[in-house]
Write a protein that binds this ligand. Structure first.
Ligand code: AP5
Length: 262
């Protein structure tokens, strides 16, 4: 079992030090699929099993919202999110570029919510090349629209620690209270029906074309997202096993992430 990376470098950007567990075979994966399919839930489980760091662009924007981020760029991003639309490519790419160091994390990574457009996928290719690392696989989760709406309408999240619950399939121990930090649970503004409709249309128009983009790389793996989170995790682990990184492929240059203490 891996240990959970603390994601501090991802949330804060720049040169903030992190505490990743070094792995001999770090996985570098993109999690792909419509809103509410369960990417965040799988990322949390995979992080525990693989030791990879969960890099979610949506989480960074929501954290900025909690911190009352009021720069014009952050305000523009939060307005787009509320409407269920995509944040502009230049803004998202700049955000990931500021955190490009996370792409050579010693534990590997799970990119969740990025890339979402062809322009973002091309920018990611460039960033990976600059960091001298490459993706092992792109996981495309599939689920019926009916099930997706069920998952999104019942989702509750903790704005303080980002934990995710569901009113029926993953309820907190005490109603409305986060098990992990005691924070008050909320419904995400973009989980309301009007925004969900826009998010699904946006996904079909902008993000689905990425399926062709990645199938050409031979790294696209389709995973059925029906069943319990643990069943889907098992399916995911089986699906990625042929894409296991080579031993010693740390992909990490010696000037970053000093060796873990013995
Ligand atoms: P983002 O935060 O990335 O959201 P999303 O892609 O819409 O995905 P979600 O977080 O809604 O769903 P999920 O698939 O992670 O599902 P979860 O595991 O929570 O993006 C939000 C917004 O930010 C975008 O709309 C956009 O505006 C902006 N943005 C972010 N990145 C951007 C980018 N790159 N470019 C432009 N804009 C960007 O599960 C959902 C629910 O189902 C939970 O309640 C969970 O408990 C439950 N559940 C999960 N799995 C199961 C299961 N197996 N059985 C039963 N219930 C389950």
């Amino acid at each position: 079992m891996g240990s959970q990376n603390n994601r501090v470098a991802w949330f804060q950007g720049g040169d903030v030090p992190c505490e990743p567990m070094p792995y001999d075979r770090p996985y570098r994966l993109v999690l792909f699929g419509p809103p509410g399919v369960g990417k965040g839930t799988q990322a949390e489980l995979l992080t525990h099993v693989l030791g990879t760091c969960h890099l979610s662009t949506g989480d960074v924007f929501r954290a900025a919202q909690c911190e009352g981020g009021s720069s014009p760029a952050v305000k523009e991003a939060l307005d787009a999110m509320r409407r269920g639309e995509l944040v502009s490519d230049p803004l998202v790419v700049a955000l990931v570029r500021e955190r490009a160091r996370c792409l050579r994390c010693r534990g590997g990574f799970l990119l969740d919510g990025f890339p979402r457009t062809i322009a973002q996928a091309e920018a990611l290719d460039m960033l990976l090349a600059e960091q001298d690392v490459s993706l092992n696989a792109v996981l495309d989760y599939e689920l019926s629209l009916e099930k997706i709406v069920e998952r999104l309408s019942g989702r509750r999240t903790c704005p303080r620690c980002n934990a995710v619950y569901h009113l029926t399939t993953r309820p907190p121990l005490a109603a409305g209270v986060c098990d992990q930090c005691g924070g008050g649970l909320v419904q995400r503004v973009d989980d309301r029906l009007g925004s969900v409709r826009v998010r699904m249309q946006t996904y079909q128009a902008n993000t689905q074309p990425l399926i062709d983009y990645y199938s050409r790389t031979g790294k696209l793996v389709t995973i059925q997202a029906v069943g319990s989170p643990t069943e889907i995790l098992e399916r995911t682990l089986a699906a990625i096993s042929p894409f296991q990184p080579d031993s010693g492929d740390s992909g990490v240059r010696s000037d970053t992430n000093p060796p873990a203490p013995k």
